[in-house]
Design a protein around this ligand. Structure first.
Ligand SMILES: Cc1cc2nc3c(=O)[nH]c(=O)nc-3n(C[C@H](O)[C@H](O)[C@H](O)COP(=O)(O)OP(=O)(O)OC[C@H]3O[C@@H](n4cnc5c(N)ncnc54)[C@H](O)[C@@H]3O)c2cc1C
Length: 377
Protein backbone atom coordinates (compact mmCIF):
# COMPACT_ATOMS: atom_id res chain seq x y z
CA UNK A 1 0.00 0.00 0.00
CA UNK A 2 2.06 2.77 -1.40
CA UNK A 3 0.63 6.27 -1.27
CA UNK A 4 -0.45 8.33 -4.25
CA UNK A 5 2.51 10.66 -3.53
CA UNK A 6 5.05 7.88 -3.49
CA UNK A 7 3.73 6.49 -6.76
CA UNK A 8 3.66 9.95 -8.39
CA UNK A 9 7.02 11.33 -7.33
CA UNK A 10 9.39 8.87 -5.72
CA UNK A 11 9.73 5.95 -8.09
CA UNK A 12 10.42 7.38 -11.59
CA UNK A 13 13.88 8.10 -12.91
CA UNK A 14 15.65 8.61 -16.21
CA UNK A 15 18.50 6.28 -15.28
CA UNK A 16 18.84 3.68 -12.54
CA UNK A 17 22.12 2.05 -11.59
CA UNK A 18 22.30 -1.09 -9.46
CA UNK A 19 25.39 -1.26 -7.20
CA UNK A 20 27.28 1.61 -5.56
CA UNK A 21 30.85 0.37 -5.99
CA UNK A 22 33.42 2.28 -8.00
CA UNK A 23 31.77 1.36 -11.29
CA UNK A 24 28.18 2.20 -10.29
CA UNK A 25 29.16 5.55 -8.76
CA UNK A 26 31.40 6.41 -11.72
CA UNK A 27 28.57 5.64 -14.16
CA UNK A 28 26.17 7.82 -12.14
CA UNK A 29 28.68 10.70 -12.05
CA UNK A 30 29.37 10.39 -15.79
CA UNK A 31 25.62 10.46 -16.53
CA UNK A 32 25.15 13.64 -14.49
CA UNK A 33 28.19 15.21 -16.18
CA UNK A 34 26.71 14.41 -19.59
CA UNK A 35 22.98 14.96 -18.94
CA UNK A 36 22.77 17.50 -16.13
CA UNK A 37 18.99 17.57 -15.77
CA UNK A 38 18.38 13.85 -15.78
CA UNK A 39 17.17 12.02 -12.67
CA UNK A 40 19.76 9.43 -11.71
CA UNK A 41 19.26 6.86 -8.94
CA UNK A 42 21.77 4.38 -7.52
CA UNK A 43 20.32 1.39 -5.65
CA UNK A 44 22.68 -0.35 -3.22
CA UNK A 45 21.68 -3.39 -1.20
CA UNK A 46 23.87 -2.69 1.86
CA UNK A 47 24.45 0.35 4.11
CA UNK A 48 28.00 0.60 2.75
CA UNK A 49 29.05 -0.62 -0.70
CA UNK A 50 29.82 -4.29 -0.03
CA UNK A 51 31.81 -6.04 -2.72
CA UNK A 52 35.34 -5.03 -3.65
CA UNK A 53 35.38 -1.24 -3.86
CA UNK A 54 35.78 -0.58 -0.12
CA UNK A 55 37.92 -3.68 0.49
CA UNK A 56 40.79 -3.36 -2.00
CA UNK A 57 44.46 -2.45 -1.60
CA UNK A 58 44.31 0.97 -3.24
CA UNK A 59 46.98 0.25 -5.86
CA UNK A 60 46.73 2.73 -8.72
CA UNK A 61 48.37 0.19 -10.99
CA UNK A 62 48.52 -0.61 -14.70
CA UNK A 63 50.13 -4.08 -14.44
CA UNK A 64 53.44 -5.54 -13.26
CA UNK A 65 56.07 -6.96 -15.62
CA UNK A 66 55.34 -10.64 -14.87
CA UNK A 67 51.58 -9.97 -14.94
CA UNK A 68 51.85 -8.44 -18.43
CA UNK A 69 54.09 -11.29 -19.60
CA UNK A 70 51.54 -13.81 -18.27
CA UNK A 71 48.74 -11.92 -20.08
CA UNK A 72 50.74 -12.08 -23.33
CA UNK A 73 50.56 -15.88 -23.07
CA UNK A 74 46.75 -15.87 -23.13
CA UNK A 75 45.74 -12.67 -24.94
CA UNK A 76 46.94 -11.11 -28.19
CA UNK A 77 49.35 -8.20 -27.92
CA UNK A 78 46.82 -5.54 -28.91
CA UNK A 79 44.37 -6.72 -26.25
CA UNK A 80 47.10 -6.61 -23.59
CA UNK A 81 48.15 -3.10 -24.63
CA UNK A 82 44.51 -1.92 -24.71
CA UNK A 83 43.98 -3.16 -21.17
CA UNK A 84 47.10 -1.41 -19.83
CA UNK A 85 45.97 1.75 -21.63
CA UNK A 86 42.47 1.48 -20.16
CA UNK A 87 43.94 1.14 -16.66
CA UNK A 88 46.17 4.15 -17.18
CA UNK A 89 43.42 6.33 -18.67
CA UNK A 90 40.97 5.23 -15.97
CA UNK A 91 43.38 6.35 -13.28
CA UNK A 92 43.94 9.69 -15.02
CA UNK A 93 40.17 10.25 -15.12
CA UNK A 94 39.73 9.27 -11.46
CA UNK A 95 42.48 11.67 -10.36
CA UNK A 96 41.27 14.50 -12.55
CA UNK A 97 37.66 14.10 -11.39
CA UNK A 98 38.27 13.81 -7.65
CA UNK A 99 41.68 15.46 -7.14
CA UNK A 100 44.78 13.79 -5.71
CA UNK A 101 44.36 15.26 -2.21
CA UNK A 102 40.79 13.97 -1.87
CA UNK A 103 41.76 10.39 -2.72
CA UNK A 104 45.13 10.38 -0.94
CA UNK A 105 46.95 9.73 -4.22
CA UNK A 106 50.73 9.50 -3.82
CA UNK A 107 53.65 8.28 -5.89
CA UNK A 108 56.13 6.68 -3.52
CA UNK A 109 57.32 4.13 -6.05
CA UNK A 110 55.87 0.95 -7.47
CA UNK A 111 57.97 -2.19 -7.52
CA UNK A 112 57.77 -5.84 -8.47
CA UNK A 113 59.87 -8.32 -6.48
CA UNK A 114 61.48 -10.93 -8.73
CA UNK A 115 62.33 -14.39 -7.40
CA UNK A 116 65.01 -16.69 -8.85
CA UNK A 117 62.27 -18.52 -10.87
CA UNK A 118 61.24 -15.26 -12.51
CA UNK A 119 64.61 -13.79 -13.44
CA UNK A 120 63.96 -14.75 -17.08
CA UNK A 121 61.34 -11.96 -17.11
CA UNK A 122 64.10 -9.35 -16.82
CA UNK A 123 65.31 -10.38 -20.28
CA UNK A 124 61.81 -9.66 -21.67
CA UNK A 125 61.51 -6.25 -20.00
CA UNK A 126 62.61 -4.19 -23.00
CA UNK A 127 60.15 -6.04 -25.26
CA UNK A 128 57.33 -5.09 -22.90
CA UNK A 129 58.55 -1.48 -22.74
CA UNK A 130 58.50 -1.43 -26.53
CA UNK A 131 54.93 -2.66 -26.90
CA UNK A 132 53.78 0.00 -24.39
CA UNK A 133 55.72 2.90 -25.90
CA UNK A 134 52.80 3.99 -28.13
CA UNK A 135 51.21 5.70 -25.11
CA UNK A 136 53.88 5.78 -22.39
CA UNK A 137 56.38 8.55 -23.30
CA UNK A 138 59.01 7.10 -20.92
CA UNK A 139 59.94 3.47 -20.35
CA UNK A 140 57.42 1.94 -17.95
CA UNK A 141 59.78 -0.68 -16.46
CA UNK A 142 63.36 -0.30 -15.23
CA UNK A 143 65.51 -2.51 -13.00
CA UNK A 144 65.84 -1.07 -9.49
CA UNK A 145 67.60 -3.90 -7.66
CA UNK A 146 69.95 -1.38 -6.02
CA UNK A 147 67.05 -0.37 -3.74
CA UNK A 148 66.74 -3.86 -2.30
CA UNK A 149 69.23 -3.30 0.52
CA UNK A 150 67.27 -0.22 1.74
CA UNK A 151 63.91 -2.05 1.70
CA UNK A 152 65.19 -4.83 3.97
CA UNK A 153 63.42 -7.74 2.17
CA UNK A 154 64.80 -11.28 2.35
CA UNK A 155 67.61 -11.38 -0.25
CA UNK A 156 67.37 -15.15 -0.66
CA UNK A 157 63.74 -14.91 -1.78
CA UNK A 158 63.99 -11.64 -3.71
CA UNK A 159 66.64 -11.59 -6.42
CA UNK A 160 65.77 -8.41 -8.29
CA UNK A 161 63.39 -5.46 -8.26
CA UNK A 162 61.61 -3.88 -11.23
CA UNK A 163 60.25 -0.36 -10.91
CA UNK A 164 57.17 0.92 -12.78
CA UNK A 165 57.14 4.66 -13.54
CA UNK A 166 53.40 4.86 -14.16
CA UNK A 167 51.92 3.61 -10.91
CA UNK A 168 50.93 5.15 -7.60
CA UNK A 169 48.79 4.46 -4.56
CA UNK A 170 45.62 5.89 -3.12
CA UNK A 171 43.54 5.72 0.05
CA UNK A 172 40.58 3.51 -0.86
CA UNK A 173 38.34 4.85 1.93
CA UNK A 174 38.97 8.45 0.92
CA UNK A 175 38.42 7.61 -2.75
CA UNK A 176 35.01 6.04 -2.04
CA UNK A 177 34.00 9.00 0.16
CA UNK A 178 35.03 11.40 -2.59
CA UNK A 179 33.05 9.44 -5.20
CA UNK A 180 29.93 9.41 -3.00
CA UNK A 181 30.37 13.11 -2.21
CA UNK A 182 30.72 14.06 -5.89
CA UNK A 183 27.74 11.93 -6.91
CA UNK A 184 25.53 13.59 -4.27
CA UNK A 185 26.82 17.05 -5.18
CA UNK A 186 25.87 16.47 -8.82
CA UNK A 187 22.35 15.49 -7.74
CA UNK A 188 22.58 11.69 -7.94
CA UNK A 189 20.23 9.97 -5.47
CA UNK A 190 21.68 6.97 -3.63
CA UNK A 191 19.38 4.61 -1.75
CA UNK A 192 21.03 2.04 0.49
CA UNK A 193 19.37 -1.05 1.94
CA UNK A 194 17.78 -1.51 -1.49
CA UNK A 195 18.35 -5.03 -2.81
CA UNK A 196 17.18 -5.30 -6.39
CA UNK A 197 15.49 -8.68 -6.72
CA UNK A 198 14.41 -8.51 -10.37
CA UNK A 199 14.56 -6.34 -13.46
CA UNK A 200 12.16 -6.27 -16.42
CA UNK A 201 12.77 -4.60 -19.78
CA UNK A 202 9.57 -3.39 -21.48
CA UNK A 203 10.84 -1.77 -24.64
CA UNK A 204 9.70 1.74 -23.62
CA UNK A 205 11.03 1.52 -20.04
CA UNK A 206 12.57 -0.74 -17.42
CA UNK A 207 11.11 -1.90 -14.11
CA UNK A 208 13.48 -2.40 -11.20
CA UNK A 209 11.96 -4.35 -8.33
CA UNK A 210 13.04 -3.89 -4.71
CA UNK A 211 11.20 -5.69 -1.88
CA UNK A 212 9.83 -3.32 0.79
CA UNK A 213 10.26 -5.22 4.05
CA UNK A 214 7.93 -3.17 6.24
CA UNK A 215 5.07 -3.03 3.76
CA UNK A 216 5.74 -6.60 2.64
CA UNK A 217 5.27 -5.65 -1.00
CA UNK A 218 7.41 -4.90 -4.00
CA UNK A 219 8.54 -1.39 -4.87
CA UNK A 220 8.65 -0.95 -8.62
CA UNK A 221 11.07 1.75 -9.71
CA UNK A 222 10.93 2.72 -13.39
CA UNK A 223 13.59 4.20 -15.64
CA UNK A 224 14.30 4.75 -19.30
CA UNK A 225 17.58 2.89 -18.98
CA UNK A 226 19.19 0.64 -16.39
CA UNK A 227 22.88 -0.02 -15.71
CA UNK A 228 23.86 -3.12 -13.71
CA UNK A 229 27.12 -2.70 -11.75
CA UNK A 230 26.87 -5.62 -9.33
CA UNK A 231 30.19 -7.21 -10.36
CA UNK A 232 30.66 -10.56 -8.55
CA UNK A 233 27.00 -10.62 -7.44
CA UNK A 234 25.51 -10.37 -10.93
CA UNK A 235 24.90 -14.10 -11.10
CA UNK A 236 22.12 -14.04 -8.51
CA UNK A 237 20.38 -11.10 -10.19
CA UNK A 238 20.58 -12.04 -13.86
CA UNK A 239 22.37 -15.33 -14.28
CA UNK A 240 25.44 -14.93 -16.45
CA UNK A 241 27.91 -17.21 -18.18
CA UNK A 242 31.59 -16.67 -17.71
CA UNK A 243 31.51 -14.68 -14.48
CA UNK A 244 33.14 -16.26 -11.45
CA UNK A 245 33.51 -14.67 -8.03
CA UNK A 246 37.01 -14.53 -6.59
CA UNK A 247 37.60 -13.68 -2.97
CA UNK A 248 40.66 -11.70 -1.85
CA UNK A 249 42.21 -12.04 1.63
CA UNK A 250 43.86 -9.00 3.22
CA UNK A 251 45.64 -8.24 6.51
CA UNK A 252 47.12 -5.07 7.97
CA UNK A 253 49.77 -4.68 10.68
CA UNK A 254 49.87 -2.20 13.53
CA UNK A 255 52.33 0.67 12.77
CA UNK A 256 55.79 -0.89 12.38
CA UNK A 257 58.47 1.26 14.10
CA UNK A 258 61.27 2.11 11.66
CA UNK A 259 59.47 0.59 8.63
CA UNK A 260 62.04 0.73 5.83
CA UNK A 261 59.88 1.07 2.74
CA UNK A 262 57.09 3.13 1.24
CA UNK A 263 55.19 2.63 -2.02
CA UNK A 264 53.42 -0.35 -3.55
CA UNK A 265 54.83 -3.83 -4.26
CA UNK A 266 53.68 -6.84 -6.27
CA UNK A 267 55.08 -10.30 -6.59
CA UNK A 268 54.21 -13.66 -8.15
CA UNK A 269 52.45 -12.21 -11.25
CA UNK A 270 50.49 -9.82 -9.04
CA UNK A 271 48.95 -12.63 -6.94
CA UNK A 272 50.56 -11.04 -3.87
CA UNK A 273 50.58 -7.31 -3.19
CA UNK A 274 51.66 -5.19 -0.25
CA UNK A 275 52.10 -1.52 0.53
CA UNK A 276 52.87 0.96 3.25
CA UNK A 277 49.92 2.92 4.64
CA UNK A 278 50.06 5.11 7.77
CA UNK A 279 53.34 3.43 8.80
CA UNK A 280 51.68 -0.02 8.58
CA UNK A 281 51.99 -2.84 6.05
CA UNK A 282 48.84 -3.86 4.18
CA UNK A 283 49.33 -7.28 2.58
CA UNK A 284 46.91 -9.26 0.45
CA UNK A 285 46.49 -11.98 -2.14
CA UNK A 286 47.33 -15.66 -2.26
CA UNK A 287 44.16 -16.65 -4.13
CA UNK A 288 46.24 -19.04 -6.25
CA UNK A 289 46.79 -21.19 -3.13
CA UNK A 290 43.13 -22.21 -3.11
CA UNK A 291 41.35 -21.11 -6.28
CA UNK A 292 38.44 -23.45 -5.58
CA UNK A 293 37.90 -22.29 -1.99
CA UNK A 294 38.14 -18.64 -3.02
CA UNK A 295 35.55 -18.98 -5.80
CA UNK A 296 32.79 -17.68 -3.57
CA UNK A 297 30.77 -14.58 -2.71
CA UNK A 298 30.97 -15.33 1.04
CA UNK A 299 32.98 -12.79 3.05
CA UNK A 300 34.90 -15.32 5.14
CA UNK A 301 38.54 -15.85 6.04
CA UNK A 302 40.55 -18.61 4.43
CA UNK A 303 42.81 -19.81 7.27
CA UNK A 304 45.33 -21.39 4.95
CA UNK A 305 45.82 -18.21 2.93
CA UNK A 306 45.83 -15.95 5.99
CA UNK A 307 48.56 -18.13 7.55
CA UNK A 308 50.58 -18.01 4.34
CA UNK A 309 50.27 -14.20 4.21
CA UNK A 310 51.57 -14.02 7.78
CA UNK A 311 54.44 -16.40 7.00
CA UNK A 312 55.52 -14.40 3.93
CA UNK A 313 55.32 -11.19 5.93
CA UNK A 314 57.60 -12.70 8.59
CA UNK A 315 60.10 -14.38 6.29
CA UNK A 316 60.23 -12.23 3.12
CA UNK A 317 58.83 -8.73 3.67
CA UNK A 318 59.74 -7.93 7.28
CA UNK A 319 62.40 -10.56 8.10
CA UNK A 320 64.22 -8.35 10.62
CA UNK A 321 61.36 -6.34 12.09
CA UNK A 322 58.86 -7.40 14.74
CA UNK A 323 55.22 -6.64 13.88
CA UNK A 324 51.70 -7.43 15.03
CA UNK A 325 48.68 -8.06 12.82
CA UNK A 326 45.97 -5.58 13.74
CA UNK A 327 43.15 -6.40 11.36
CA UNK A 328 42.02 -8.65 8.53
CA UNK A 329 39.25 -8.54 5.93
CA UNK A 330 38.10 -10.02 2.66
CA UNK A 331 36.59 -8.60 -0.52
CA UNK A 332 34.91 -10.22 -3.50
CA UNK A 333 36.08 -9.68 -7.08
CA UNK A 334 34.73 -11.10 -10.36
CA UNK A 335 36.73 -12.92 -13.03
CA UNK A 336 36.11 -14.56 -16.39
CA UNK A 337 37.92 -16.65 -18.96
CA UNK A 338 39.47 -13.48 -20.37
CA UNK A 339 40.70 -10.54 -18.37
CA UNK A 340 38.58 -7.92 -20.14
CA UNK A 341 35.60 -6.49 -18.24
CA UNK A 342 32.08 -7.16 -19.53
CA UNK A 343 30.64 -3.91 -20.89
CA UNK A 344 27.63 -4.73 -23.04
CA UNK A 345 23.90 -4.57 -23.61
CA UNK A 346 21.98 -7.21 -21.68
CA UNK A 347 18.76 -6.15 -23.43
CA UNK A 348 17.59 -3.06 -25.29
CA UNK A 349 17.43 -0.82 -22.22
CA UNK A 350 19.69 -2.70 -19.78
CA UNK A 351 23.45 -2.40 -19.87
CA UNK A 352 26.01 -4.41 -17.91
CA UNK A 353 29.33 -3.15 -16.49
CA UNK A 354 30.73 -6.09 -14.52
CA UNK A 355 33.71 -8.48 -14.12
CA UNK A 356 36.37 -5.97 -13.14
CA UNK A 357 38.92 -8.55 -11.95
CA UNK A 358 41.64 -7.03 -9.78
CA UNK A 359 41.64 -3.82 -11.82
CA UNK A 360 38.47 -1.95 -10.83
CA UNK A 361 40.21 0.93 -9.05
CA UNK A 362 42.13 1.55 -12.25
CA UNK A 363 39.47 0.97 -14.89
CA UNK A 364 36.29 1.81 -12.92
CA UNK A 365 36.08 5.48 -13.97
CA UNK A 366 36.62 4.66 -17.62
CA UNK A 367 34.07 1.82 -17.52
CA UNK A 368 31.54 4.20 -15.90
CA UNK A 369 32.12 6.66 -18.73
CA UNK A 370 31.53 3.99 -21.39
CA UNK A 371 28.36 2.77 -19.66
CA UNK A 372 26.99 6.33 -19.53
CA UNK A 373 27.69 6.79 -23.24
CA UNK A 374 25.89 3.53 -24.04
CA UNK A 375 22.65 4.58 -22.31
CA UNK A 376 22.45 8.33 -22.69
CA UNK A 377 21.15 8.20 -26.29
C1 LIG B 1 41.31 -7.58 -1.71
C2 LIG B 1 41.17 -6.81 -2.98
C3 LIG B 1 42.22 -6.04 -3.45
C4 LIG B 1 42.09 -5.32 -4.63
N1 LIG B 1 43.08 -4.45 -4.98
C5 LIG B 1 42.92 -3.68 -6.08
C6 LIG B 1 43.88 -2.71 -6.41
O1 LIG B 1 44.84 -2.50 -5.66
N2 LIG B 1 43.73 -2.00 -7.56
C7 LIG B 1 42.66 -2.20 -8.38
O2 LIG B 1 42.57 -1.56 -9.45
N3 LIG B 1 41.69 -3.07 -8.06
C8 LIG B 1 41.81 -3.80 -6.94
N4 LIG B 1 40.83 -4.70 -6.60
C9 LIG B 1 39.67 -4.85 -7.49
C10 LIG B 1 38.66 -3.72 -7.33
O3 LIG B 1 38.45 -3.43 -5.98
C11 LIG B 1 37.35 -4.16 -8.01
O4 LIG B 1 37.62 -4.52 -9.36
C12 LIG B 1 36.31 -3.04 -8.01
O5 LIG B 1 36.12 -2.54 -6.72
C13 LIG B 1 34.99 -3.54 -8.57
O6 LIG B 1 34.07 -2.47 -8.46
P1 LIG B 1 32.55 -2.68 -8.83
O7 LIG B 1 31.88 -1.38 -8.62
O8 LIG B 1 32.46 -3.33 -10.16
O9 LIG B 1 32.02 -3.80 -7.83
P2 LIG B 1 31.77 -3.81 -6.26
O10 LIG B 1 32.67 -2.88 -5.55
O11 LIG B 1 31.79 -5.21 -5.83
O12 LIG B 1 30.31 -3.21 -6.13
C14 LIG B 1 29.16 -3.97 -6.43
C15 LIG B 1 28.05 -3.44 -5.52
O13 LIG B 1 26.80 -3.98 -5.94
C16 LIG B 1 26.02 -4.19 -4.77
N5 LIG B 1 24.97 -5.16 -5.12
C17 LIG B 1 25.15 -6.46 -5.47
N6 LIG B 1 23.98 -7.04 -5.74
C18 LIG B 1 23.02 -6.09 -5.59
C19 LIG B 1 21.59 -6.07 -5.73
N7 LIG B 1 20.91 -7.16 -6.11
N8 LIG B 1 20.93 -4.92 -5.46
C20 LIG B 1 21.58 -3.80 -5.09
N9 LIG B 1 22.94 -3.76 -4.94
C21 LIG B 1 23.66 -4.88 -5.19
C22 LIG B 1 27.02 -4.71 -3.75
O14 LIG B 1 26.55 -4.56 -2.43
C23 LIG B 1 28.25 -3.82 -4.06
O15 LIG B 1 28.29 -2.66 -3.25
C24 LIG B 1 40.91 -5.42 -5.40
C25 LIG B 1 39.85 -6.18 -4.93
C26 LIG B 1 39.96 -6.88 -3.73
C27 LIG B 1 38.80 -7.68 -3.23
Amino acid sequence: MLSYWEKQSLLQYDYIIVGSGIVGLSAAIALKEKTENSRVLVLEREILPTGASTKNAGFACVGSLTEILADLQTMDTNAVVDLVKMRYEGLQLLRQRLGDAAIGYRENGSYELISSHEEWALHKMEDVNTILESFFPQKAFTVATDKLADFGFNRTAVKAVVSNTYEGELDTGKMMRALIHLALKLGVEIKTGATVSRVEDFRSSVNVIVPHHTLKEELVFTARKLIICTNAFTQSLLGMDDLTPGRGQVLITAPVPGLRFKGIYHFHEGYYYFREIDGRVLFGGGRQLDFKGETTTAFEYNDRIQHELEALLRTVILPDQPFTIEDRWTGIMAFGKTKQPVIKHYSENIVLGVRMGGMGVAIGSKVGEQLADMVKG
